[in-house]
Design a protein. Sequence first.
Lengths: 448, 415
Amino acid sequence: MRLGEFPRYMLPRLLCGLALIAAVTLHAQETPIAFTGATIIPITGEPIEHGLLLVQDGKITAVGDARTVRLSSDVQIVDVTGKVIMPGVIDSHSHIGGGSGGDSSSPIQPETRVLDSINVRDPRFQKTRSGGITTVNVMPGSGHLISGQTLYLKLREARVIDDMLITMPDGTIAGGLKMANGTNSLSGKNGFPGTRAKSVALVREQFIKAREYKEKLAKAGDDESKRPERNLALEELVEVLDGKRIVQHHTHRHDDIITVLRLAKEFGFKVALHHVSDGWKVAPEIAAAGVPCSVIAIDSPGGKLEARDLNFKTGRVLEEAGVTVGMHTDDGVTDSRFFIRSAALMVRAGMSREGALRALTLANAEILGLADRIGSLEPGKDADFIILSGDPLSVYTHVEQTWVEGRKVFDRANEKDRIYAVGGPGAGHPQSAYLCCFGESFAHHEHQ
Amino acid sequence: MTFSAFSRCLKFSLGALCLASGLSADETTMPVAIHGDMVYTMDGEPISDGLVLVRDGKIVFVGSAKDTFYTADHRVLRAKVVTPGLIDARATVGLSGIFNQDEDQDMLEKSAAMQPELRAIDAYNPRDPLVAYVRSFGITTVNTGHAPGMLISGQTMVAKTHGRTADEDAIKPDAMIAASLGSSGTTSEAGKAPGTRSKAVALLRAELIKAQAYVKKRAAEDESKRPARDLRLETLARALDGSQPLLITAHRQQDILSAIRVAKEFNLLIILDGCSDAPLVLDEIKASGFPVILHPTMARSFGDQENLSMETAAKLKAADIPFALQSGYENYVPKTRIVLFEAAIAAANGLAFDDALACVTIDAAKLLGVADRTGSITVGKDADLALYDGDLFEYTTHCIATLIDGTVYPGEDYE
């Protein structure tokens, strides 16, 4: 790795820790590490017994059968015989970090960014890593028609939010746009709608404005004098119209689901449906629209009228209809530490094992528009993976280690990490700052 | 064909017939034979290739299926795993309804801090869909009623999950009196009491002192000197004499110790509920002799429950403290938890399989005082059984049928 090629997130670390940190960082980045002997579930292919996973520079460089590969002497070998390795789990809808978007002043606030509100010291970040999650879409709430910009985070060790951001090739920060329909935004106060039809009218009005704004921008071309005044809200919606930002849409009831499909068709935006409690009732329509779904497993139906028919079978029915099925925790609705369990509950109701594991990984990557870099164990993808004690879908299995971009961010064998995995006094407190640069936390995280 | 083979053949075909035809009224009184590759009786060692025979709502035989014959009129069920019907030691199902709308939420009356006179049986809706839902996972008995959230919120009842009427389903209509210490027993509303932990305990003590005086006065020989009946104090009098114990929700260690302190002062039998901080005060809980109905293992770890651990069940077991598991109370989602799922997480976090099963069967039955009727597969007990197609704690296993008093109900439904 040439200097100057350091990913942005590493810069504060280097500045802070200087020689010691830099040395360790380089070590973790440059020495190839081979994890051998585990059953590897690459997601994009059949499971590999006696597998080999080779990582270097934060990327996966090889995946294969450990018995047929000869490793050069500079490779650090980690024997994980008897374990299971799968890609780091991706959560396409979470609220960890206590982030917020819009306030109660209006129902449409695309200009607000979760980025400006996240507490990276929230203990739920480490709990989330302990659940095997390596990438998470942190969303603002669902009480608005458009509640703000979401943020896709890599769960690297972090002191500040910048440490976890994902930068897209065009230099923008990765994230989506949160929208919602159904009952949550139906307050009838402060300009919030009182009915479903009004909800849609408000949203359409806004997207029509955004279209006009986009046309004006296009017409002005390079002539700054002709450009319309900057409008943060419309700028975001233009990104959505341009397909640069995917709409992550909360929706429960069958008719609300169909409404989202109608809107997406009218304005041509990319959308993923979230929750989709009634999805099993309108699976053919969702499939025909080619829209992916992120489903949630909740231990019982109800809690609100729209979720009265929620059922673990949603994953199966959508899968059978040919829909791309991802999953989410909606943490704190469900706990990130039980996310893999959610996939197992979908299998309980008939979803395929492969489909459920794909839902946790590659399908969620597709929902976030990040499938070219995460979601499967393939050479060239980010070295985000987890080491499990056994079958991912068994209650008796634990996540033993979580790795993000070739660095270990959770280790169950470490008592300080373990407390976030199982709970106990201290689990509600923020993790001690990892860098800067002294003492235990550093030692724990770097030398195991 | 030997007699044995002939008999088996008959019962196979009849079993298939019954399953195909679904439930009819006659079948609720039909004798049932349940074959289990493994039968966990919770009353002695597990039996492989076991058989349970049920007649008139009771268990009439449990043992090896080898060389055991039964008549052809039995409905035959087969499962990989057979357990006693599961018991949820603290729930709000039937009071905290599925839709979470004002009209189906009867678990918390907020008009006064202490209302022990509120009976669960007057609010329980056996037809709430969540009752049938938990039953479909093998839960046959619930201690359900008023939720944590007021200093004394009301009573609980022990009911079978048939879903008939509250009176028919209750096996202990006045099981416990639910109280809460800590943040769920106090209010943040200005000018309202109790607003602090100390105030809550002071109010509780004062009320118990009133109840003591009431008991004394009601015992006056001269009838004209007896005070008028007071439902509230009458209920607390039952807490004082131990006939209806206080179930005190306490999560923080100071609240657990407060509960024990009050119990000692008034010589009460109490049950500790929740107990997220139990590992911090294991010795004190053990010395008190009081049992624990532990929080759901997957409960949200916020506020008073921020310290909760998936390993607490194992720690209570190691300390030899009697305990059972609960689904608890949820004001949003999941509107009810499934105690089977909560036990599974305990089993995956240090609690032995048998102990995890015990805390949702026989140990829960003992704690609720219904072990003479349910909680184990024992001849003479109610025919409450749960049938699974594998290790019941595994995520991908299914409950395939539930029996309550010999009536066969369907298991999980994903069609």
